[in-house]
Ligand binder design. Structure first.
Ligand SMILES: C[S@@+](CC[C@H](N)C(=O)[O-])C[C@H]1O[C@@H](n2cnc3c(N)ncnc32)[C@H](O)[C@@H]1O
Length: 318
């Protein structure tokens, strides 16, 4: 696949806003049309885990407009946007009696142009898919500068795209998680030193660690039930008031000292003073190592925050 088309595929599945998308340059309209059809519309992953209709309306409108406006090359002088693309786009719109399947580009343009009002509503839940490949990134798949999808893995999440929801930070993936994931992909030994990789998921309330009545229960849970070798945390410091409870929880999870348990915590620096408060309190409780990730290459397309240099990664031990 042309690398520009691959980037478009990644951007589409990660719901990148259309004003930040790059329409491929130097690629023929037929090739882009076929990519949209084969690699997106008719692809089984898309059919099973499509991005939200709300996002798709914007994406397909953008794609159709750009295709229609492409200068027709010599070998593409019969080019028409495939009718399936129009049909799909119109199926996303509230029924409006629009006629589909018109072949004249000028007419298509007019229809497309009035087809959609940009959404101002809160973003709806959506499947979000990320493409990534395990290291080493020695590019065995780059043949004639093409990307071979079979070297990539896909991870799909159903996310709530609102940034604040039910008093918390929304069920979406934040930048620090991507940086942490990139670090773990680049350093797979961090997770595979233990012969037993067992991932535990549960909802904790850190404040239990500083609550005399709930402390014991959390301790039993963390040290006996979970007993994790490594604690991963991403974007867990965003309010100074939460820091003491988080530190107390980490302390419990990393105990006893002899166990050599470690924590890997990725934090996005939004407010330097909040981050500094975490560092100060963490330094009192743990040995803290600031790991400069030097992540050689961004794997994920993150659409909300985007500045990986704002993310700090700390390795902590008792
Ligand atoms: C910005 S989100 C980060 C989510 C995810 N780790 C990521 O990077 O995409 C902050 C997380 O901290 C959790 N959190 C905040 N206060 C908490 C508390 N008192 N106990 C447990 N978790 C808490 C929230 O539930 C939320 O998942």
């Amino acid at each position: 696949m042309d690398p520009q088309l691959f980037i478009l595929l990644q951007d589409f599945y990660s719901l990148k806003p259309t004003n930040k998308l790059n329409f491929p340059k130097g690629v023929s309209p037929t090739k882009i049309n076929d990519f949209l059809l084969i690699d997106i519309l008719f692809d089984s992953h898309f059919q099973q885990y499509p991005p939200s209709q709300q996002y798709q309306k914007q994406f397909w409108k953008w794609a159709i407009e750009n295709l229609e406006q492409m200068p027709v090359e010599d070998n593409d002088d019969d080019f028409e946007v495939d009718v399936s693309i129009y049909k799909h786009y119109f199926s996303l719109l509230p029924s409006s009696g629009l006629v589909i399947g018109l072949s004249h580009p000028e007419t298509q343009n007019q229809i497309c142009g009035r087809g959609i009002a940009l959404h101002t509503a809160a973003p709806s839940n959506s499947y979000v898919t990320h493409f990534w490949r395990p290291y080493p990134m020695s590019d065995p798949e780059v043949v004639d500068a093409l990307v071979d999808l079979k070297h990539y893995q896909r991870t799909t999440l159903l996310e709530s795209r609102t940034t604040i929801e039910s008093g918390t930070t929304g069920l979406r993936t934040w930048l620090a998680s991507f940086v942490l994931a990139e670090y773990l992909i680049a350093h797979p030994n961090v997770l595979t030193t233990s012969s037993n990789v067992d991932i535990n998921y549960s909802t904790l309330d850190w404040s239990a660690a500083i609550d005399i009545e709930r402390k014991k229960m959390l301790q039993v849970f963390l040290q006996q039930q979970v007993n994790a070798d490594i604690i991963l945390g991403a974007d867990v410091v965003f309010d100074p008031a939460l820091i003491p409870a988080l530190i107390a929880t980490l302390k419990m999870a990393l105990s006893p000292k002899e166990s050599n348990k470690q924590g890997l915590i990725a934090l996005t620096m939004r407010n330097p003073s909040t981050l500094q408060q975490f560092i100060n309190q963490a330094n009192e409780a743990f040995q803290v190592e600031d790991i400069h990730t030097g992540s050689p290459q961004r794997l994920f397309s993150e659409t909300l925050e985007g500045r990986t240099e704002d993310v700090k990664l700390f390795l902590i031990r008792l």
